[in-house]
Design a protein around this ligand. Structure first.
Ligand SMILES: Nc1nc2c(ncn2[C@@H]2O[C@H](COP(=O)(O)OP(=O)(O)OP(=O)(O)O)[C@@H](O)[C@H]2O)c(=O)[nH]1
Ligand SMILES: [Mg+2]
Length: 394
C-alpha cells in the first residue's frame, strides 16, 4: 500500500503552500496526521474540504485545510513558511510516504488517470511549463485533435495510405513543430550589429525599462544583457550583444573585445532569430565579412535604426539575403510595432493555427522522425502504437 507526496507550490516563502498526498494508503496516513476541527475522525468523502490541524502525536504543527479530491488523493493547504512545509513533509515521510518532486507526482497522477493516452498525459505535463496563452492553446489542441487525432487517423487508414504519404505528413508535422516550439517554450532573439547602431537602446525600448547601458561611445556593451518580453503569441528572450565586426575588434585595445565578440558569435549561433541592427544615419557600409560569416544560415530580420535622423545609408551597399528591412527609431520609439509584426512573420508564428498537429516532446519527435524515414510499412503500426500508448516522457 503505497503513498506519495510532493510540495506542489514554489520553494520560497508564501502565504500558503500545497502538499499533494496520493496513493492507496493516503487516507489512512491522513487520518493519523490530520485532526479535523469538530467531533470525530475526518470524513474524507470526495469533494469535501476539511479544516483542522496537522499533528505529530500531541504536537500541533499547523492549521490546514484538506481538499478530498478522490478516494486516494488529498491536497493539504498549509501555511507557506518553508520550515512548516518541511516539517509536514518529514512527518509524512516518517509515516512511510515516498516524497517526490511536483512534476514526478503530477506525471504519476495523470498517467494513472489516462494510462492509454500518452499524448494527452504529456500535454497535461507540458501545460505547466508553457510560456504563453497561445502556447497553451496549441498544447490543449493536441489532446483531442491535433497530433492525437492525426496519429489515430494514420492507425485507422494505414492500410489505404502509402508509406510515402505518411512520411510526408510526418515531415510536415516536424516542420510545424519547430514553429510551435517557439510559441510554447519561448524563443531567443539576438540583437546584433556594428558598434553604436542602437542595439542597447532597442533592447530597452522592447523591455520597457533601462536594461542595458546606452552611451554614444562605441563598444559600450561588452557582455551580453537580456530581457524577457511578451509579444503574443511569443515570449521572447531578447539578447543585446557587443558591437560586431572587424572595426570593433580593431578599436578594442585588449583581449576583452575579442572575448566579447566570441560571446556574440555564440549567442547568434543559439538564437532562433537574429535582428541585425544598422544605423540608417551613417553612410558607410556596415556589414563586413566577419559579421556576414556569423550570420550565415541564420534567420535574419534587418532593422534600420535612427530613422528620426536624416538617412545617409546607401541601401544598395547591403548584402543580398538580409530580407526587407524595417525602419525604426529605438530612441523615439518609432516603428516598434512594425518591428514586432515583422518579427512574428519572420519566425512564422503570425498566422499559426493552434489546431495544427505538432509534436511537443522529445519522445514524440523521435517517433515522428522514425515515421518520416521508415523504410518499410511493416514498421508503421508499432511506431504509431508507441506514439499513442508508449511510456511517457516527464
Ligand atoms: N537619434 C537617435 N539616436 C539613437 C537611436 N538609437 C540609439 N541612438 C543613440 O546611439 C548611441 C548608441 O546607442 P547604443 O544603444 O548604446 O548603441 P549600441 O549598438 O548598443 O552600441 P555598442 O554597445 O557600443 O555596440 C546612443 O547615443 C544612443 O542614444 C535612435 O533611434 N535615434
Ligand atoms: Mg550596446
Amino acid at each position: 500500500m503505497a503513498a506519495f507526496a510532493a510540495v506542489m507550490t514554489g520553494s520560497s516563502a508564501a502565504a500558503i503552500a500545497t502538499v499533494q498526498l496520493v496513493g492507496e494508503s493516503a487516507e489512512a496516513i491522513l487520518s493519523d496526521v490530520f485532526c479535523c476541527s469538530g467531533q470525530g475522525p475526518p470524513a474524507c468523502e470526495t469533494g469535501r474540504i476539511l479544516l483542522g490541524h496537522i499533528i505529530d502525536g500531541a504536537d500541533v504543527i499547523d492549521q490546514v485545510t484538506v481538499g478530498c479530491e478522490g478516494p486516494h488523493a488529498f491536497t493539504i493547504h498549509c501555511h507557506g513558511n518553508p520550515l512548516i512545509v518541511e516539517r509536514i513533509m518529514k512527518l509524512l515521510q516518517g509515516r512511510g510516504v515516498e516524497l517526490l518532486d511536483a512534476e514526478s507526482l503530477l506525471a504519476k497522477m495523470v498517467s494513472e488517470e489516462q494510462p492509454d493516452d500518452s499524448i494527452a498525459v504529456e500535454a497535461k505535463l507540458v501545460m505547466t511549463r508553457v510560456k504563453t496563452l497561445e502556447g497553451a492553446r496549441i498544447i490543449g489542441a493536441q489532446m483531442a485533435g491535433g497530433l492525437s487525432q492525426t496519429v489515430r487517423r494514420w492507425s485507422r487508414e494505414s492500410d489505404s495510405m502509402s508509406l510515402a504519404e505518411i512520411a510526408d505528413q510526418a515531415r510536415q508535422i516536424l516542420r510545424d513543430s519547430r514553429t510551435a516550439r517557439r510559441i510554447v517554450e519561448g524563443c531567443k532573439v539576438a540583437l546584433v550589429g556594428p558598434p553604436n547602431t542602437g542595439k542597447s537602446t532597442l533592447l530597452n525600448a522592447l523591455a520597457g525599462c533601462e536594461k542595458a547601458i546606452v552611451t554614444d561611445i562605441e563598444g559600450t556593451t561588452r557582455d551580453w544583457v537580456c530581457a524577457e518580453i511578451l509579444i503574443p503569441p511569443l515570449a521572447a528572450t531578447v539578447i543585446d550583444t557587443a558591437g560586431f565586426g572587424a572595426d570593433a575588434v580593431a578599436a578594442g585595445d585588449d583581449g576583452i573585445e575579442q572575448a566579447a565578440q566570441a560571446r556574440s558569435v555564440e549567442i547568434v549561433r543559439r538564437a532562433d532569430l537574429v535582428v541585425l541592427v544598422l544605423d540608417l544615419s551613417r553612410p558607410e557600409a556596415q556589414v563586413d565579412e566577419r559579421l556576414l560569416e556569423a550570420l550565415a544560415d541564420k534567420r535574419i530580420l534587418t532593422v534600420l535604426n535612427k530613422c528620426d535622423l536624416p538617412a545617409h545609408l546607401d541601401l544598395a551597399t547591403l548584402p543580398a539575403g538580409l530580407g526587407e528591412p524595417v525602419r525604426i527609431s529605438a530612441k523615439q520609439a518609432i516603428g516598434i510595432d512594425d518591428l514586432i509584426h515583422a518579427l512574428h512573420w519572420t519566425l512564422g508564428v503570425a498566422d499559426f493555427d493552434p489546431r495544427t498537429p505538432v509534436a511537443f516532446t522529445t519522445r514524440q519527435h523521435a517517433f515522428l522522425k522514425r515515421l518520416a524515414f521508415a523504410e518499410t510499412r511493416l514498421d508503421v503500426p508499432a511506431i504509431l502504437a508507441e506514439i499513442l500508448r508508449g511510456p511517457i516522457q516527464t
